[in-house]
Ligand binder design. Structure first.
Ligand code: FAD
Length: 394
């Protein structure tokens, strides 16, 4: 199977590639250096209608699948924009999925069209400093008070919180100790980032500087009960629906970053003359690049399969996890080898590869780290004993 084979898919790829030519490497390098959000790109991307690619048509979107969304994010990254481009739009393209699936009719009618137009930014608030990957241990608490909730707590790493008006926020509404299952008692909100009750501090990080991630503090944030997404107490399960597609999209981004680096390294290796011949004539330069090309190709096949399974309503957990793992690894390795190909210039900002290297590294950690994927495959595919949490899953 080949996710790029249909004429419709080719058309999507062509048109995103055309749009991305207006945002060359220098555009991203400057924003990365200045730590500035790519507003111009975001506006053009929204105008072209891609933000709503996976949002149902009745809310102004294109109603297409994860395959098409993956193609769009792949092309953004592969253009050289990397994650500075993809992360600027990723949350709009897919982060809102729990609202699409579980939000009330009023909520969807109110927010999805604005999101599709690019007028509304939503960030995604799950991770907490003291809970890490063990989401059941989150402490941010939403206390019921009549027809509203009062939220207190702290989240970390929230990407685009400073640009967003809303946060898709996972809270506890029942303390962990009182829950029958550890995954019960959590509630998802589409809450306002009201500056009177929410403080946002950007985190200094390694790369993807055009798109900040933040520590976010909630002090008595009052939200109406109508901001609850789905059912009170079922927030964790509502989020689970989105995990596989998220992994597929991130895999596509990792492959795009790897391809962008590889393309630049290959071009350089053809031109750079050392010892009287192009460095690309040496097998020591050729073989790592050829090896990375094949690894990206293999990761792409798994990603395409996972996307096809998801879009056709089939189970895809194994493939989505494998895609995220393999693509994250292959993308970063390609960036690393590309840097090596350029020698000293690989380390220079001017040649883009060092930026892609910093960005591709992230995808081995977030939105889920490699060990957790390995643990899931070991347990759920190979049937090995659970290596983390409680054996009964309660
Ligand atoms: C740039 C960036 C942007 C992000 N954006 C967002 C966002 O918008 N919203 C959001 O909610 N979160 C966001 N995150 C958070 C991200 O999802 C987490 O960092 C990621 O899931 C890993 O969790 P952690 O950092 O808490 O690691 P931890 O859970 O503390 O784990 C640390 C390390 O230990 C390993 N580990 C933990 N338990 C086990 C085990 N049982 N067996 C083996 N290894 C184990 C992990 O694999 C990891 O390598 C972002 C992170 C970054 C870096």
């Amino acid at each position: 199977m080949d996710m790029f084979s249909s004429p419709d898919h080719e058309e999507i790829r062509r048109s995103v590639r055309a749009l991305m030519t207006r945002f060359p490497d220098g555009y991203w390098a400057e924003l990365d250096r200045k730590h500035e959000f790519p507003w111009e790109f975001y506006a053009e991307f929204a105008k072209a209608g891609y933000l709503g690619i996976a949002i149902p048509e009745e809310y102004g979107g294109a109603g297409l699948g994860i395959t098409e969304a993956a193609l769009v994010l792949y092309e953004i990254c592969a253009s050289g924009a990397g994650l500075n481009g993809a992360s600027a739009v990723h949350l709009s393209i897919f982060g809102i999925n729990p609202v699409v699936k579980h939000g009330s009719a009023e909520m969807k009618a109110k927010y999805l069209p604005a999101l599709t137009r690019g007028d509304l930014h939503v960030c995604f608030g799950v991770t907490e400093p003291d809970a890490g990957t063990d989401t059941t241990r989150i402490k941010t608490f939403a206390k019921r008070d009549g027809d509203r909730f009062v939220i207190n707590g702290r989240k970390t790493w929230l990407t685009k919180a400073g640009q967003a008006q809303k946060v898709l926020l996972l809270t506890r509404t029942t303390p962990l100790e009182e829950c029958r299952r550890r995954t019960d008692g959590m509630t998802l909100f589409l809450a306002d980032l009201d500056p009177k009750a929410v403080t946002i501090h950007p985190i200094e990080k390694m790369g993807r500087h055009a798109v900040p991630s933040n520590d976010v503090f909630f002090d008595d944030l009052v939200v109406p009960a109508s901001d609850v997404v789905g059912e009170v107490g079922r927030g964790f399960y509502h989020l689970l629906d989105g995990l596989n597609p998220e992994r597929i999209l991130v895999a596509a981004e990792a492959i795009g970053c790897g391809r962008a680096a590889l393309e630049r390294a290959t071009t350089y290796a053809k031109d750079r003359i050392v010892f009287g011949q192009p460095i690309g004539q040496n097998q020591g330069i050729q073989f790592p690049l050829a090896d990375s090309y094949m690894r990206l190709l293999a990761a792409e096949q798994v990603t395409a399969k996972a996307a096809w399974l998801y879009d056709n309503g089939r189970p895809c957990g194994t493939e989505a996890n494998a895609a995220k793992f393999l693509a994250g690894e292959a993308g970063f390795q390609a960036a690393d080898r590309s840097m090596q190909t350029l020698g000293g210039y690989g380390y220079a900002a001017e040649f883009t590869i060092e930026r892609l290297f910093r960005e591709a590294r992230l995808l081995r950690i977030a939105p889920i780290s490699e060990n957790i994927i390995l643990a899931q495959i070991a347990e759920h595919v190979l049937g090995l004993p659970r290596s983390y949490g409680r054996a009964d899953g309660s």
